[in-house]
Design a protein around this ligand. Sequence first.
Ligand code: IPD
Ligand code: CA
Ligand code: CA
Ligand code: CA
Length: 265
Amino acid sequence: MMDQSAIHRFAVALAKEAGLMLMDSLTQNIAAEYKTSAADLVTEMDRKIECFFAEKVNTEFPEHMILGEEGTVTDQRSYIPEEETVWLIDPIDGTTNFVHQKRNFAISVGVYHKGSPIAGVIFDPAEGECFHALSGEGAWLNETKLERLSPTSEEEALIAMNSLWLVPNEYADFEKMQSLVSKVRGVRCQGSAALELAHVACGRLDGSIAFGLGPWDFGAGLVLLKEVGAVVTTSGNDSIYPFDHSSVIAAKPGLHEILAASYLR
Ligand code: IPD
Ligand code: CA
Ligand code: CA
Ligand code: CA
């Protein structure tokens, strides 16, 4: 029998240790390299933190698989993710914020067993905020248990969006999105998908609409959101497959139904 709570504790401890390493690194000059373009940065710390996780997980749980943004992957041809325990790791979510702002970034770690969520950790080291969840037991911000989310209306909603909806894309109708922006109370673009999901889970945001995310961006967030009763789907209103790229629409009950019915394809 798998000790899910040991995995949860281990993931929290690793995220906190990694957070200290990131905060220490901010006292030095951080060289950013282009990954695919000037808008897609990677630093030495992204790779260093991902290696740190890979080494620790491989030592503690050698049978577990790893899927990390910076290429630390267990060869996916050699296993079926739905049949294994998989760690979805984003060593720095919000690398652009890390480089430009030295804040508003997070470490995101989601653990799934045979396709079901086990544990999720989103650690914001600049704020000292650790959002974490153990499936079936609840979600916490540091030591404080998060409450289940109550329904909200569109008019009272503060939602996060990434900027992809501003350019033609396959997921959203531009006019519908304009109408949404004019109806809700406010819109935020935080630059860290994982933190946006954590902020929906703790009620700072009422919803989040993001397109083109990787499993490492939302793997932890889905675990947290499930524990607080958020509704989470793709933009097509389907359930999210955690091991591939996806759009992620996460919102309080009531609001999600409006988003899905009126604004998304
Ligand atoms: C990015 C951030 C950003 C989201 C992008 C992600 P990264 O992750 O989460 O908010 O809009 O889609 O790729 O590259 O900083 O880890
Ligand atoms: Ca990246
Ligand atoms: Ca990311
Ligand atoms: Ca990243």
